[in-house]
Design a protein around this ligand. Structure first.
Ligand code: SAH
Length: 517
């Protein structure tokens, strides 16, 4: 590339030198291809920035493995109106809350010195690094990178994920939703609050990506994106499709930032949160390894089976019909699953009407929350948990829309003790039947811990009378009796129907009622 010849000419001047640009005096510092300019009013900032720029910009290029295609200028914008017309025009070209911005076509950008300490930045150097990263990414991939990726990378170069990011991410997750990657790009230019949340999410996703796929992954994606569409570049560099990475990240993020604050209560002690987040970070790193190993195993399985990567029919254990959380995260991302009938299962409606479901209720594997919302609408205190973040987002949206009070959490049904409380009633509509034998045992021991003595457990699962092999495992009456042998009384197991939204109609099921002894 011709551009390489222009990179980092030795002449980088450490001290600002005055230069006349039209009739307005500017001071100027050059570090490699980056020229920083300031009016006399901002000279003091330029002096402070010059040494930092010389120290940090070369590192940026080597980390990204790419160089600017040509010189670019960054103008420091002091507060107030500027007489210097170029600075005034530049200032007017960006939303008032932005601390830094670039006009890529003209290879010129601005940094508003008074805003440099605002999220996601910390000081002038951090804004400079951010804008320089944008310039480099633009030059490397010719504008072929999505904005969220650029923002995530650019923010990541300024600093490590820290307390402020955790606060922004947690508070936006507690009060709203984790936006889809494809919706993030529009958010950067929306309100200040939405932009902050978009920065935090992009930063989080890119940091997660680096932890997941290794330090060199950003460089590999950028390089590949110069040759092919971004989605393909992602897959080439990570070995995984972007939707799949996104689903994994959502799962990890929601566990970390929503589940933890929810457990610590609404008057959140951020110090405590940070401690927990750090501990969870350590666990997450371990889990990332486990996830990677599992994905590799799945990929091997796919290679043997000749399955299409990214297809929703991917099953970790196709033979037994057992599924894991990634399977469910994918399935909610790819449409409305067969069990999501947009209303509660009639058997649970009947049990509630008969007064069998009472007191505090936990709906395990609540999906999009129809059963939980029905019960909460009757005035019961209800918690719904599910491992699929998208399902929980839908359940929370349902609660908001219908003004129903219920608690929804992303969490693992195999770690129920982590909920830290007990319930009078637990319901399970279509969860038990997905677990392989080992998980089934873990699940039942967890249930015993969250159910009060004499508490009731109601479960609807596929029965062996449902023909075919499509869908979850079939469960026999005997299997239910065996699973709940110790510490439980089986009150009844009745033939029932599991309604689906598919033309195949309802599935044959067992409705089991048990009491915890
Ligand atoms: N109860 C809902 C959903 C049934 S489908 C309904 O009746 O419509 C099974 C649900 O269990 C899915 O939403 C899936 O995401 C969830 N799930 C599967 N494994 C889980 C696990 N280990 N922890 C929590 N939820 C899980």
């Amino acid at each position: 590339m011709l551009a390489l010849a222009l990179v980092w000419p030795a002449a980088s001047s450490a001290a600002a030198s005055p230069e006349k640009a039209s009739n307005f005096e500017r001071f100027r510092v050059q570090v490699g291809a980056c020229i920083i300019e300031a009016s006399p009013a901002a000279r003091v900032h330029l002096d402070a920035l010059a040494a930092r720029a010389a120290a940090i910009l070369p590192g940026l290029e080597s980390s990204l493995g790419t160089h600017p295609a040509g010189p670019y200028r960054i103008l420091l914008i002091p507060p107030g109106r500027s007489d210097d017309p170029e600075i005034a025009v530049l200032d007017a070209s960006a939303p008032p809350w932005a601390a830094g911005f670039l006009q890529l076509r003209w290879r010129v950008g601005g940094i508003r010195v008074a805003r440099a300490d605002r999220y996601p930045y910390s000081d002038l150097a951090s804004v400079l690094l951010h804008e320089a990263a944008h310039m480099l990414l633009f030059d490397a991939a010719g504008g072929g990178l999505p904005r969220w990726f650029e923002e995530g990378v650019a923010t990541g170069f300024e600093r490590d994920w820290g307390l402020r990011d955790i606060v922004v991410q947690s508070s936006s997750l507690l009060t709203g939703r984790l936006p889809a990657l494809e919706d993030l790009d529009a958010a950067f230019d929306a309100s200040d609050t939405r932009a902050r949340a978009a920065y935090a999410s992009s930063f989080d996703f890119v940091s997660w990506t680096v932890r997941q796929y290794g330090e060199g992954v950003v460089r590999d994606i950028v390089r590949a994106a110069a040759r092919r569409p971004f989605g393909e570049a992602w897959e080439e560099a990570t070995g995984t499709t972007l939707p799949r990475s996104e689903a994994e990240w959502r799962h990890d993020s929601l566990l970390l930032y929503r589940w933890i604050p929810a457990l610590t209560g609404s008057t959140v002690l951020w110090g405590g949160i940070t401690g927990l987040a750090l501990a969870a970070g350590a666990r997450r790193r371990a889990r990332s390894r486990a996830i990677r190993e599992r994905l590799e195993a799945e990929d091997r399985w796919e290679a043997v089976e000749g399955g299409e990567p990214g297809a929703t029919e991917r099953r970790p254990d196709a033979a037994t019909g057992a599924r894991d959380l990634a399977f469910f995260a994918d399935i909610y991302a790819s449409g409305v699953p067969p069990w999501d009938i947009g209303q509660p299962q009639p058997d649970f409606v009947r049990l509630a009407a008969e007064g069998a479901i009472r007191g505090s209720v936990l709906d395990v594997g609540c999906g999009t929350g129809e059963n939980a919302l029905h019960l909460a609408g009757l005035g019961l205190e209800v918690w719904g948990i599910d491992g699929a973040p998208l399902a929980i987002e839908k359940a929370m949206a349902g609660a908001r829309e219908r003004a129903i009070e219920a608690t929804f959490l992303v969490g693992d049904a195999l770690s129920l003790a982590g909920l830290g409380r007990t319930f009078d009633t637990v319901i399970d509509s279509g969860l038990f039947h997905i677990f392989p034998d080992d998980d089934r045992r873990r699940y039942v021991s967890g249930l015993a811990l969250v159910l009060k003595p004499d508490g009731r457990f109601f479960m609807l699962c596929f029965s062996e009378h449902e023909p075919g092999t499509e869908g979850p495992r079939r469960v026999t009456q005997d299997e239910i009796r065996v699973a709940f042998r110790a510490g439980w009384r089986v009150d009844s197991i009745r033939a029932a129907r599991f309604e689906t939204n598919r033309e195949i109609g309802d599935a044959r099921a067992w409705l089991a009622a048990l009491t915890r002894l």
